[in-house]
Design a binder for this molecule. Structure first.
Ligand SMILES: [Zn+2]
Length: 205
């Protein structure tokens, strides 16, 4: 059996599929960012499906508001992050997922005695892990627990496996979100949204 990999960082740099513009509040970008970042934290890969509340997820400013207030409502300056990572990052500037493939910088070990540990592949990885605390004992332990649990479900209980690794039930219908952005620079991205994709995969990595 080939086990699903719940903590595989992207091997390519992010190319955004959405481009909403003109919102009066940056929080209005939330449905777009949920879809853009596949309903998980861009930094630690924790999924909405693994959390109790949606407000566990925040909209992180890549260039902090304190440094560039003009970019506060700019879609390309926003990423989807869990509250823990967003808090850890604070007002720091880190390598962005558009600058480089996070998968080239760091990797979560999925096998062996050190399963769940995160290792850096370059200086950017060292910085990301250090600044975000991705190698903290508690986080490493939770990753190990998730990997082993999901693996067990995949083997023994497909329904539970799909609950952990599948898409959330409330996929945003971006063609009809309210309020609508004044402009959408990547209107073609809507057909690539998870809501519009047919067929949808049972689970995703
Ligand atoms: Zn996170």
């Amino acid at each position: 059996m080939i086990f699903a990999a719940p903590f595989r960082y992207p091997q390519t740099a992010l190319v955004r599929r959405h481009g909403p513009q003109g919102y009066s509040k940056y929080s209005h970008h939330r449905p777009w960012l949920r879809d853009e970042f596949d309903f998980r934290c861009v930094y630690c890969l924790k999924r909405e499906q693994w959390c109790f509340q949606l407000n566990d997820y925040q909209l992180d400013h890549l260039v902090p508001q304190s440094i560039a207030p003009a970019l506060c409502r700019e879609y390309t300056n926003l990423v989807y992050a869990c509250s823990n990572c967003n808090h850890r990052k604070g007002a720091k500037r880190l390598p962005t997922p558009e600058d480089l493939a996070y998968g080239a910088c760091m990797e979560v070990l999925m096998t062996g005695a050190n399963i769940g540990e995160i290792v850096a592949h370059n200086d950017d990885g060292i910085r990301l892990i250090d600044e975000l605390g991705l190698d903290q004992k508690k986080i490493t332990g939770m990753r190990k627990l998730f990997i082993l649990s999901i693996r067990s479900h995949q083997k023994h209980d497909r329904r539970l496996f799909l609950t952990w690794m599948g898409l959330p039930d409330d996929l945003p219908d971006l063609a009809n979100v309210r309020p609508q952005p004044e402009r959408n620079m990547r209107i073609e991205g809507i057909v690539e949204s998870w809501f519009c994709r047919k067929p949808r995969p049972e689970f995703y990595e």
